[in-house]
Design a protein around this ligand. Sequence first.
Ligand SMILES: *Cc1c(COP(=O)(O)O)cnc(C)c1O
Length: 471
Amino acid sequence: MEGFRALPSVDQVLLSDEGQALIARHGRKGVREALRARLDEMRDAIRAGEDGARLAATLPALIAADLAARDQTRLRPMLNLTGTVLHTNLGRAILADAAVRAAVIAMTSPLALEFDLETGGRGQRDDPLRTLLTELTGAEDATIVNNNAAAVLIALNTLAGGPDCQTREAIVSRGELIEIGGAFRMPDIMARAGARLVEVGTTNRTWLRDYESAITPQTGVIMKVHTSNYRIEGFTAEVGAADLARIAQAARVPLLNDLGAGSLSDLSHFGLRREPTVAEAVAEGADLVTFSGDKLLGGPQAGFIVGRRDLIARINKNPMKRALRLDKIRIAALEATLRLYRDPDRLAEHLPTLRDLARPQARIAAMAQSLAPRVDALLQPLGFAAAPCLTSSQIGSGALPVDTIPSAGLRLTGQGGDAPERLAARLRALPLPVLGHIRDGALILDLRTLHDEARLLTALGGALSGGRSAP
Ligand SMILES: *Cc1c(COP(=O)(O)O)cnc(C)c1O
């Protein structure tokens, strides 16, 4: 029982200098709770025979560490050196400065979100984006929802779901019944949208006549889906959007083209494979085109639907629209992002996504050469080595899935078969976590997305001076 007396009371600690410093930092409530928990633990340990004085001496450091861990947010900055530029699990696109400024204004000031400054009457929240989207895509009209999954959901529900549960049919090729990840599976979305899925063709080949013979008076929509994250190669046949548009028009059925990543600019200017832009998809005759805000477009999360005015009007009248609408912060950031597309020549200067994708391999390799010896010096004491290497990046988020972009980076190696995993865990635990990818027995840091050498060096410096060390 002697041992218990060696432990301070909660109030004694709260009144001490150390306690006061912790309160200033973490708040009285949190310090008190952390203290109670640790003191309970220590009493159990004393009962089990441990020395009270020894335990009491460890208390301040333990509490400080507990509170620091509690207040450490997972949503802190990190270095994405995975080589995947648009990493869905890391939040996809990094916003342009102009978008960040616009978002801050929207967060900190009233703004005319649904207010017409000219008439003093009510305005439409989508209007600023609508103007830009029609200008940039050539579409008649546009509407905006929470993300592209929502865009597909509301478009299908409007065209083939029907408020009176008069389910109509949605025709899709079997080769395009995709799963995007995160439980976005086209057949499930169809079902939730209230549309009856009509599959046509086979996994690898679908012909125009397959679509034609599936059209009935019950058809609500013909859908084309960008297969985003996979590609079928070999003995294949796919019907292009222009041909589909022709038969859709003849049958007076709308064609919905889900582009997924959907770029507003021609990526071949940046050395990437040419993909149809949104404007081209519109010009090909799709009645509605859907695409994401935070993929190739480089903005915040959003889903765009552009196309025929009468169909957009029907979507805007769907009660789902209210449930899927965007907040002012993202509307402001999107407007600023879309404005950048008015000057395509300088996009790569202003839009981080395109800046990263367009960065030439030679430039990245030069950075790798310069960083390698310094990173090597930092990692040597931990038993790891760093060398420059060539590697390849990918766009990510289902854009050009099998295409890679030549890149460069650092190859980190160590003793033992699990060295890459051990080092990866250690770098994840840093105050500024560093994420790479493991390949061929090494941890690769792709430097395409690193723009400040000092940031990596400072982050890795933390690997030596503590960080939370991993097992
Ligand atoms: C990514 C993608 C979606 C989902 O878009 P989110 O913006 O992530 O909701 C839907 N369809 C296709 C073809 C995609 O590539």
